[in-house]
Design a binder for this molecule. Structure first.
Ligand SMILES: NC(=O)c1ccc[n+]([C@@H]2O[C@H](COP(=O)([O-])OP(=O)(O)OC[C@H]3O[C@@H](n4cnc5c(N)ncnc54)[C@H](OP(=O)(O)O)[C@@H]3O)[C@@H](O)[C@H]2O)c1
Length: 283
């Protein structure tokens, strides 16, 4: 029988396509979100909330592998996630695939500590380290989605720094392989799209394909932090994200990797193609 795989964040940008991709390959998929209603027709769904430990045990019961999506939590996520992984491994989970980020090196505070814990303790593991999601400009819940809809702006302090923007569907495609393949990948995958682009570049593409002028507002780190907090982001997360903008300005994400093509056999989607598919959200 195929392994049973728990997919957390199954209503999200990566969790949903991962759950659907695994189901289409015949894996027994258990979806997990904070709702009791599955995000799509699923016979095995659990309510799972990182903040509510009473939901954790049932989620991993009978599970062989799991995909971990850790949302913006108030405190250091490793304090919550590492003990969860430890208990899951003790109950028989063998493989864990974690969504982290290209900007979070193994061993750094937060998800970097979860990454290290997995490499040292999980029998089988992978860490997905994507660059910035293209969905940040299309999904209203993501960083720039709301301001783009409201007034056609995206505010950063990245200046002319370039980023290897990647479609969440391509991140998910790598995640499906990391969960499904034999043998386990046992590695970290740094995942980018096919080009490194500045925010000025993507604003120009979005303007062209939507027909609405889209403007990249060049701001200071402090202005970006305030803007994110006003949009409802927790203070610590807003501070972290605005700090990352400065690293982007200095070239930290100005790179592309061949991970998507190498792991999935399919080239990653470029920004122009993504923008054409989402143009209606900016009109
Ligand atoms: N955005 C980027 O550019 C970027 C780049 C690199 C890495 N990342 C990483 O991507 C992750 C966020 O991804 P995303 O922004 O695309 O979000 P998302 O996956 O689209 O949405 C968050 C998911 O988490 C679930 N969720 C939220 N709070 C939860 C909780 N307390 N307990 C259990 N599940 C919860 C949500 O489900 P329900 O609301 O249905 O419960 C939803 O499925 C973060 O770990 C971030 O570090 C993002």
């Amino acid at each position: 029988m195929k392994p049973r795989i728990l997919v957390t964040g199954a209503s999200g940008n990566t969790g949903r396509p991962i759950a659907e991709g695994l189901a289409s390959e015949g894996f027994r998929v258990r979806t997990a979100t904070r709702s009791t209603t599955p995000p799509f027709p699923s016979t095995d769904h659990v309510r799972f909330d990182w903040a509510d430990p009473t939901t954790h045990e049932a989620a991993v019961d009978g599970v062989d592998r799991m995909y971990l999506l850790v949302p913006a939590l108030a405190e250091d996520p490793s304090l919550l996630v590492n003990p969860f992984i430890e208990r899951a491994l003790a109950r028989g989970v063998r493989r864990v695939v974690l969504l982290s980020a290209s900007a979070i090196p193994e061993g750094s505070p937060g998800l970097g500590q979860v990454h290290r814990f997995l490499r040292e303790h999980a029998p089988e593991w992978s860490v997905l380290q994507p660059s910035w999601f293209m969905q940040n400009v299309s999904n209203p819940q993501n960083q720039h989605g709301a301001s783009l809809r409201r007034d056609g702006t995206l505010m950063t302090s990245t200046d002319k720094g370039r980023v290897g923007f990647v479609d969440a569907a391509d991140i998910a495609a790598v995640g499906v392989r990391a969960l499904a393949d034999e043998p386990s990948h046992d590695t970290a995958h740094v995942i980018t799209g096919p080009q490194a682009l500045s925010y000025d570049d993507i604003a120009a593409v979005m303007s062209r394909v939507s027909g609405r002028p889209i403007r990249h507002v060049h701001a200071s780190r402090e202005e970006v932090r305030r803007h994110l907090q006003e949009a409802g982001m927790p203070e610590a997360y807003a501070s972290m994200l605005s700090g990352l903008d400065v690293t982007l300005r200095d070239g930290a994400e100005d790179r592309v990797t061949d991970t998507v093509l190498r792991v999935t056999g399919q080239a990653p989607r470029d920004f122009e193609t993504f923008a054409r598919a989402h143009a209606s959200v900016w009109r």
